[in-house]
Design a protein around this ligand. Sequence first.
Ligand SMILES: [Zn+2]
Length: 123
Amino acid sequence: MGECEVCGKNDASLVSIELEGAILLACVNCSSLGKKIEIPSLNKNLNFSYKFSSKEMSLGLDLPDDLGKRLKQAREKSNLTFKDLGLKVFEKPTLLQKIESGHFKPSDSLIRKLEKVLQVKLH
Ligand SMILES: [Zn+2]
């Protein structure tokens, strides 16, 4: 999504063109005015941010298969409900429920928060 730099029209599918030595984002109509440049700049950016965030989420920790079980035991030992624990680690209770049932892999930082709050080793 953006604005055509030639005519100013809002267009969802802008293409990069070279026009009189300048590189512009142009709508489909205006793209014929210049030379098309084959750089999917928009997609490239999307891929980049996707990779970046997935790297951030990547699990450096080796999580045990029984992580959910361990978490459940530790939580029950501490007499905490999902809601209590959620408040302590700033996560939604439903997310914690998913972790315990094995439907969600927590990020490293969440694991560490849980370990700290529950005083248990989860990895
Ligand atoms: Zn245009």
